[in-house]
Design a protein around this ligand. Structure first.
Ligand code: ATP
Ligand code: MG
Length: 280
C-alpha cells in the first residue's frame, strides 16, 4: 500500500549515536517520498457538518522542514483541518497528499499515524503513573512494534535518543518523576517528546501553549524554534506573542479557507486579517 521510495537521507545505523538523531531530522527512515520538498499538500478540501461548511475549498502546502503557524478566529476550521489531515474526518471533496504518493483521504487514522503524521491535541495525554523516562520509552517502543516485541530491550541508540529528547524538552532533571506530578506545561513538553520519539515526518500541534504560564510559553517557543528546520511542523495558536516568537510563514484561516499567507508582518498589516481576527 505504501510507496517504496526510501528517502536518500537515511543515516546508517553506525552513525546514529552521534548524529543528533534524537533531535530528529528531516530525512528519517521510512517510506515517505518528499523528493519535491513538500511534506503536505492539501488541495481543494471541503468539509460540511449538517450543511455548514467548516472547510471551503481549502488548499495549503507545507514544505519539508517548515515550521508553519496557522491562525484565525474561533470556528475558522483550524482543528477541522487537522482532523482531515489525520483521517479523523473525511472531507466531502479534495485531496491531502502526505509526501508525493500518500493520499490521506484514502488512509485510515492508524495508517496515517504509522506513515508519520504525529498529532498533539490540546489536552496532554501522558501516562500519569509512569515516569517521564518511561513515557518516552513507551513512545519509542510503540513505534517499533515488531522489532521490539522480538528484541524488547532498549538499544543504546534508543537510550541516546531518549537522553537527547529529554534535553530538547527541558525535562532531563525530571526524568525519574512521575508524569502525573509535572506541571501542565511540562506535561505538554513530555507529550511533544513522546511524539518526537516516534520520529514523525509531520508534527501537528493544536494550541500547544493554551493554559501554560508565560515562562512555559517562552520555553515552548524555544523548543519549537529548536525543532524548526529539522522537523516539519504545523502549529495552530491564538497566542499572538507566542506566534510572533516562532513565526516564519503564517497562514490565516477564515471561514474554512486561506484568507492570507506570509510573514507575520505581512499578515498583521493585511486589512482583511485585521478586520476578521487581529483587530478584535
Ligand atoms: N464534528 C462536528 N460536527 C459539527 N460541527 C462541527 C464539528 N467539528 C467542527 N464543527 C464546526 O466547524 C466549524 C470549525 O470548527 P473548528 O473546530 O475546526 O474551528 P477552529 O478554527 O479550530 O476554532 P477554535 O479556534 O475555536 O479552536 C465550527 O463552526 C464548528 O462548530
Ligand atoms: Mg480548534
Amino acid at each position: 500500500m505504501m510507496a517504496e521510495n526510501i528517502s536518500t537521507g537515511n543515516i546508517s545505523s553506525g552513525s546514529l549515536a552521534n548524529s543528533g538523531y534524537a533531535d530528529g531530522r528531516v530525512s528519517q527512515p521510512g517510506v515517505l517520498d518528499t523528493t519535491h520538498g513538500v511534506v503536505l499538500y492539501m488541495d481543494d478540501i471541503s468539509v460540511s457538518f449538517d450543511g455548514f461548511r467548516a472547510l471551503n475549498k481549502l488548499s495549503l502546502a507545507i514544505d519539508v522542514g517548515e515550521l508553519r503557524c496557522i491562525i484565525g478566529p474561533n470556528g475558522a476550521g483550524k482543528t477541522t483541518m487537522m482532523d482531515v489531515i489525520t483521517g479523523k474526518t473525511r472531507p466531502d471533496s479534495g485531496t491531502v497528499f502526505f509526501g508525493q504518493t500518500l493520499d490521506c483521504t484514502k488512509l485510515t487514522e492508524p495508517q496515517i499515524a504509522q506513515a508519520g503524521i504525529g498529532r498533539k491535541f490540546q489536552k496532554p495525554t501522558v501516562f500519569e503513573n509512569h515516569t517521564v523516562f518511561e513515557n518516552l520509552e513507551l513512545a519509542i517502543k510503540t513505534d517499533k512494534g515488531i522489532w521490539n516485541s522480538l528484541f524488547g530491550k532498549m538499544t543504546g541508540v534508543q537510550l541516546d535518543r531518549i537522553g537527547q529528547i529529554l534535553e530538547t524538552i527541558n525535562l532531563r532533571d525530571l526524568y525519574k518523576s512521575r508524569a502525573g506530578l509535572l506541571s501542565h506545561g511540562q506535561k505538554q513538553w513530555l507529550e511533544i517528546g513522546m511524539l518526537l520519539a516516534q520520529e514523525p515526518r509531520l508534527l501537528l500541534l493544536d494550541e500547544p501553549v493554551a493554559g501554560m504560564t508565560d515562562h512555559e510559553t517562552e520555553r515552548t517557543a524555544e523548543l519549537l524554534n529548536s525543532l524548526a528546520g529539522s522537523h516539519s511542523i504545523m502549529v495552530v495558536e491564538h497566542d499572538m506573542d507566542f506566534v510572533n516568537s516562532i513565526a516564519r510563514k503564517v497562514t490565516v484561516l477564515h471561514q474554512g479557507s486561506v484568507l492570507a499567507e506570509g510573514s507575520m508582518a505581512q499578515v498583521q498589516s493585511n486589512e482583511e486579517v485585521i478586520e476578521v481576527y487581529l483587530g478584535r
